[in-house]
Design a protein. Structure first.
Lengths: 332, 332, 332
């Protein structure tokens, strides 16, 4: 394994192998397996879980890590080809990325969507421009349109649920004060489809996931025996749901238009996941969210503090999932 | 030992055992004793000594650490129950704390006083709300009303003084441009009392330590054969003093009222610890301060650079003291 | 070796030994040689390469490191003797530095020029005031007038060039939106002179390197069989050049005068290193720069992306060069 940048690069069986490795490392530590190895972590955007879980995971495998946060103790990085750099950015990614890569055995990059041009973000231009400059094992720590570490942790979390394989998986848009990127919803719908679940994307008008995202999920579903549908009808979506994965994202009908986004979400404050959403869901329907979550805006206290919530387990699973990725990338 | 959040949780003998372990680790390194262990460090407020000494101490014991500083590379954390999170904070402590704890073997938390409601700060509500969410070994890296790591380092520093056990210990209020929290004075008066010293709190009118702080110290003194008194009379306080522990703190008569605090401290610029304060102190009277210290505002150069000063030794002792705490918390 | 603060503290042979050690560590890892050792890294100014390469290098030798960035998660540090500290700085270097040093086995300090008083910066007053307070092995991670880590990495890079020993070395001033410090040009001219090269400093009027810098380089050249000259004549300087080391720095004729500096550099936008500069240089003339570099302001894309560029190799060499320094300072 040379890169972990997209779950779609792997077959269902390969993902299952990674999850099995994560389970093994969770229960049988290998505290010297990455001794002498160094992981570089480049955060173009803030982080709590990702930073802590990667540093901890690398340490638990006997390795070390360093953190670079441009614009905070470091200068900003320019990414445009041919730029005449007389502005704020003191360094270009064409120097910064190869140099950082040369200091480590693997590099993780977090680079969120610019949020202006949907096509550019769907093509993951910002992340890919940086990734193309790295000749070391590379990890996507969340890009404009992907978050494979979260998807892998969520896969493990779903595997841990008791009973028969879960079937109906609802990715439900929930309210947030402002626009958020498409990375997690895009990764989640694909992940659930690749597992062979019956995926329903529940979202208000104006927030449909982009066609390329839905199409990719449908292809994964086709190969795995699942399905992917989309609706704005909450009652229909939640009927019989076995997993509700709540997530906030920005409007796609007017992508990058903050004013339009604000208008569209103004009447949607009631898209806060509450207990009454589960009236016709499966009795043991569980709730997922990638965190951070705004309580009582996206999900009500009664749900987060209730027995349906898997959010802490999902977050914990970032640790063994990423340890498996590091092990696979760096273990000779 | 499950938690190190308050020196008052331990008997005098237990503290002495910790100090003995600190002395052992200072002189006989155990560079592999915490191999594979990970310490999480959550700083809600700035740090220099605490950050460096915990990271160094963990490394010297063979372990690793990671640092999270919300609001700086990470989002802010909400703490209020039932908050509708549509403001600046992107995550609630009810998710953030359990998640961070799940990534490490022990967690240190720094959370200063909000400085608005004396009762809330005396009850250490902010720190305790976070601590209640952590199911791992926990360390108080300074809360609203406590700083047990400093107190333990200071205990070791006092033990290192030559001659008979020191008796008269003066905690002296000194000048600072603005209000500072009560954590160190509260921890210090209790620590000296628990050692059985004769403690005098010297402070101007308006800066009396809260009754609950004094009462707790008196109880510790009663059990250890010491005493605790309070005065605004500098000459009386310093008469025969063997240790002067200088510290800045905010007015308590108008707690949280910045304007009143400013008025009260305006005429107190001469509360800067100078050599002439020691005219009637013991010849070998020593000076302590937890640092950082504002030179020539709180303590004059002539004192800090003179032979009475123990401040560098106190700061160094943070390292072995905290190594002892980590060893006790994490060594199987 | 007790300190690595200035390449001029070492003979040419001693530098060659360090470079040989760097080459050995690059090719023959010693992943346990600094086990249990802790490196403190104090950054008064931003960093990317230095931070990452020191943390990685220490980890690759089995040691650990911690990072302190005053003013960012930590309070600012006061350096003036006798200051009455009622302003922004909460701590004086007279406490901060000895304390940090007491937590580690070696300390690296980055402290750029204040850029106001040329004599003070040439005397490296800010760095030296801090260095004088440190009783541990010390590393200069770039001071007002020096950058020995960069110079050592550059020496290794020059050693790696094929063919006969390079002779003509041109340190060429290039354009930058604003004034930058003299640390790298001063270290570079001395480094090349100590190697015995024929050094030409090419810079526009107003940007002559200070006499003390040139004089020091001339003394090094005299001992090594090289030479040091200075000119504003680009064609003459580049004639037969075998290495062009591009660097930005501030005007020295009106040091610290931002308005004068701006006026002086306004007509100098064409001092951007382009392919046509090499018309009469040696065929295999190579280009160096310490990074970060502003593309198409200081150096054109066509040069940075062309075969002459050594900038990525220079940056990589920071890692083994600094590992050699750490090994020499900390290996018992």
């Amino acid at each position: 394994m040379k890169r972990f940048v997209d779950l779609a690069d792997f077959t269902r069986g390969e993902v299952q192998d990674l999850v099995a490795l994560a389970q093994r490392l969770e229960h049988h530590p290998e505290p010297r397996s990455l001794a002498g190895k160094v992981l570089g972590l480049l955060f173009m955007n803030p982080s709590l879980r990702t930073l802590a879980s990667f540093q901890s995971g690398m340490a638990r495998l006997g390795g070390s890590s360093f953190v670079i946060t441009p614009g905070q103790g470091t200068w900003q990085l320019e990414a445009r080809d041919g730029a005449v750099m007389t502005g704020a950015a003191a360094e270009h990614i064409r120097e910064g990325l190869p140099v950082l890569a040369s200091y480590c055995d693997a590099l993780g990059i977090r680079a969120f969507a610019a949020g202006e041009d949907l096509a550019a973000d769907l093509a993951d231009e910002r992340f890919n421009a940086m990734a193309a400059l790295v000749d070391r094992p590379l990890i996507n720590m969340e890009s404009a349109i992907n978050h494979p570490c979260q998807a892998l942790a969520d896969w493990k979390t779903l595997d841990e649920l008791p009973g028969p394989a879960r079937r109906k998986f609802v990715l439900a848009w929930v309210s947030h004060p402002k626009s958020l990127p498409l990375a997690v919803p895009a990764a989640t719908v694909h992940m659930a489809a690749l597992r062979g679940m019956d995926v329903v994307v529940l979202r208000p008008e104006g927030f449909a996931l982009p066609t390329t995202v839905m199409e990719r999920a449908r292809q994964a579903a086709a190969a795995s025996g699942g399905s992917v549908a989309e609706t704005a009808n909450r009652a229909a979506a939640l009927e019989g749901a076995q997993v509700v994965y709540a997530k906030e994202w920005g409007c796609t009908s007017h992508y990058g238009d903050e004013a339009a986004d604000r208008e569209l979400r103004r009447p949607l404050k009631n898209w806060c996941l509450r207990n009454d959403w589960f009236a016709r869901a499966a009795d043991d329907c569980r709730v997922m969210h990638c965190l951070p979550v705004r309580r009582n805006s996206a999900i009500a206290d009664e749900v987060l503090d209730g027995p349906r919530s898997l959010v802490l387990r999902q977050a914990f699973n970032r640790l063994p999932a990423q340890m498996a990725v590091l092990h696979r990338l760096l273990r000779p």
